[in-house]
Design a protein. Structure first.
Lengths: 142, 115
């Protein structure tokens, strides 16, 4: 994801041909609070979801313990209101949302991490950028 | 009768007088026609066509300006479209946070765990 998404963003999202969305997938014990961190960033300003998304992926080695202080530090780095962020992390509605989305993907049979969905077409497992670009181009030509 | 001098005078003089008066009356009529002729020729001197030509020119200029403005506006729109960078635009669609053009023809969903 860290290698492929920046290329997709630079070559297809930036010019408006592709929109990128994120679906929560909880595969570790500490995953829930980390995904809540992204939600809480987005609740303040939608673009902050993506800034937090990038930092959470880049710094996942620091996050396996689910340490909320680390999450608050990252929140400060992306200029969030840290007090509101910490309150949000304790909000059961936010917890319920990420857990519900995870449950929905399981019900849909999406098990491999990552899985990509391109206009309803599922691509399980990591994908080389060339595969995604070829599929995007095929759809855009139709 | 006309050989008699008095008869000649009584007939010829009035005739001469009539002819003279008729001639005098005809001259002013000819002078009045000139202005009429001049008046007729004024339009053909083409001050009017010149004015008529000027009017369309003054109308064409704003038309040219508005065309230029329209072209400039179109260029601006094209440039704006060309330079639009959607990678800093985020929105929310239901449960999903979306990055990029909300009207993009392709939606690419990443199912991932941050850990």
């Amino acid at each position: 994801v860290l290698r492929v998404e920046p290329q997709v963003i630079a070559n297809y999202v930036a010019d408006g041909r592709v929109q990128l969305a994120f679906w929560h997938m909880l595969d570790h014990g500490a995953s829930t609070v980390v995904h809540q961190a992204a939600e809480c960033a987005g609740l303040q300003v939608p673009i902050k979801f993506w800034e937090m998304h990038d930092r959470l992926f880049a710094r996942q080695n620091e996050l396996f313990s689910g340490n909320k202080e680390t999450l608050a530090r990252i929140a400060a780095e992306v200029d969030l209101d840290v007090t509101a962020f910490n309150t949000c992390l304790a909000d059961p509605e936010v917890t319920a949302k990420v857990q519900r989305m995870d449950q929905e993907r399981r019900q849909a049979g999406i098990r491999l991490r990552p899985t990509f969905d391109v206009n309803g077409r599922l691509l399980p497992g990591a994908q080389p950028y060339a595969n995604l670009a070829a599929l995007f181009d095929e759809i855009l030509e139709d | 009768l006309i050989h008699h001098p008095s008869h000649f005078a009584s007939i010829a003089l009035p005739l001469l007088l009539i002819l003279f008066l008729a001639g005098c009356a005809g001259m002013p009529a000819a002078v009045e026609e000139r202005p009429a002729t001049v008046a007729t020729s004024i339009p053909t001197v083409e001050p009017a066509p010149a004015a008529a030509t000027a009017t369309p020119e003054s109308e064409v200029e704003p038309a040219a300006d508005s065309t230029a403005e329209a072209e400039e506006a179109t260029q601006d729109e094209i440039t704006e479209t060309e330079v639009q960078d959607w990678s800093h635009t985020a929105s929310v669609d239901g449960d999903l946070y979306v990055l990029g053009n909300p009207a993009a023809p392709i939606r690419f969903i990443d199912y991932s765990d941050f850990l």
